[in-house]
Design a binder for this molecule. Structure first.
Ligand code: TXA
Ligand code: MG
Length: 345
């Protein structure tokens, strides 16, 4: 156990120093908090896996100070990658490209590719600048638990395991970056996230969605993104993802719940579930930005109330709702229910 320092957003220089010495610092980004280490320090990167309890074959995302730095980490960068960089960076998009040999294998879990992104959060950018090197940074949670969108989530999971956390308040986007593989054609969406599929397609034309996004993989299938094969974001209680229009999912859940259950619902619908043990709203049905911002926080809040089961109203796959629905379905182990849209008599 070590003493985990809590730094303010004005202490990015101290964070840079800790990183240059081979330490681990959790930093706010616009998506979720990341657990950073210098990308060239193999021991520090190994410590990330240990601190998180992360399987060593699940690769990390490398955070750059600007798009040009792609050349320091990647080879064979296609024209379209530069186009996406120009359009969406800084911002919540990670691109998988061919890895340069200078980037240690441990960073990308032994793969010959590497995921890179330029974060938009001013504190993340200041820390990268202060460290003077690109930073490898997965989400700063214990492996398998919901991603951290507040410094207190990081402290809950990793206090005593990392050198410091910078408290930058709640994250703006709330779900992680979109991950797209730029080495195959059509380009392939490996994880829906902060940049919607629609916005990517407006630039690239049609892209493919990896099969791991929509359902659990069978044992024989090797996922393109190793992170896809692990149970994720999961509270202790079993989660039931209930899809369909809000009215339909509300009707289904209100019929199914028992008094020890918890419900994560669209804001404004809480009264419908008054017989449940705990009810938490996470944003209006039409406000996918709010749903994204709050989903991980409400999963953690609900976990603390120890319900027997957790029902969640799950948005459709449009825009940011795609990322939110994906995280909910992963938390549910892809135990997904389609609420009937008509009354069955
Ligand atoms: O928004 C984000 O992306 C946050 C912040 C901190 O930047 N980071 C984050 O990292 O979510 P992490 O490690 O929790 O998720 C990275 C995902 C995993 O699913 C991983 O398998 C995938 O990206 N990934 C990373 N490198 C890859 C590669 N070379 N090929 C395929 N998938 C890769
Ligand atoms: Mg993660």
């Amino acid at each position: 156990m070590m003493d985990t320092r809590i730094l303010t957003v004005d202490q990015t220089a101290q964070a840079g120093e800790i990183l240059r010495r081979g330490g681990l610092v959790a930093i706010p980004t616009e998506t979720v908090y990341g657990l950073a280490a210098s990308v060239f320090d193999e021991r520090a990167v190994a410590n990330i896996y240990t601190a998180k309890g992360r399987p060593s074959d699940n690769p990390l995302i490398v955070h750059l100070s600007d798009g040009k730095e792609m050349e320091k980490c990647c080879l064979d960068i296609p024209e379209e990658a530069w186009l996406l960089a120009k359009t969406f960076w800084p911002g919540p998009l990670s691109m998988v490209l061919t890895k340069r040999p200078e980037i240690p294998a441990i960073v990308s879990g032994g793969l010959d590719s590497v995921a890179v992104r330029v974060p938009a959060h001013p504190v993340a950018r200041a820390v990268i600048a202060a460290a003077g090197v690109p930073l490898a940074a997965p989400s700063a949670n214990l492996s398998g638990s919901p991603s951290p969108t507040k410094a207190e989530h990081v402290i809950h999971d990793l206090s005593g395991r990392i050198d410091a956390v910078i408290d930058g308040g709640p994250c703006q986007v709330g779900v992680e970056s979109t991950v797209i593989d730029m080495r195959t054609k059509p380009f392939r969406l490996l994880r829906p996230g902060g940049v919607s599929k629609e916005r990517l397609e407006a630039v690239l034309g049609e892209i493919e969605v990896d099969s791991a996004v929509s359902g659990s993989l069978t044992k024989e299938q090797a996922p393109a993104s190793p992170g896809m094969k692990y149970r994720h974001y999961a509270p202790n209680a079993p989660v039931l993802a209930v899809c369909g229009p809000g009215e339909a999912s509300a009707r289904y859940i209100s019929r199914e719940i028992r008094e020890n259950d918890g419900v994560i619902c669209y804001s404004g619908q809480e009264m419908i579930f008054s017989k449940a043990k705990a009810v938490i709203g996470y944003g209006e049905e039409t406000d996918d930005a709010a749903l994204a911002r709050n989903i991980f926080d409400v999963l953690r809040q609900m976990d603390l109330l120890s319900p027997e089961r957790i029902f969640i109203q799950c948005p459709n796959d449009r825009a940011l709702g795609f990322a939110v629905a994906n995280r909910i379905k992963k938390a549910a182990g892809f135990h997904v229910i389609s609420a009937p849209t008509e009354e069955i008599l």
